[in-house]
Design a protein. Structure first.
Length: 69
């Protein structure tokens, strides 16, 4: 969600997403489509992204060098 999204809306969307991942019809469709369902919580994604913004500038430069060659 973009910055400034009300926390109650974020929580509502996260809850809906988690409930979808448990829905038998959704899981059956995923299985028929041969798609793996290995969810990551919204909180975990948020922590991971926040950590990316704390990386050392030298490490970011090395990553850019590797990724853009």
């Amino acid at each position: 969600m973009p910055p400034g999204t009300p926390k109650d809306r974020v929580q509502l969307l996260r809850k809906g997403f988690q409930e979808t991942l448990k829905d038998p019809e959704f899981l059956a469709d995923a299985q028929r489509s041969k798609l793996g369902v290995d969810p990551v919580s919204g909180e975990e994604v948020e922590r991971t992204i926040a950590g990316l913004f704390k990386l050392d500038a030298g490490l970011i430069a090395k990553m850019k060098d590797v990724l853009y060659k």
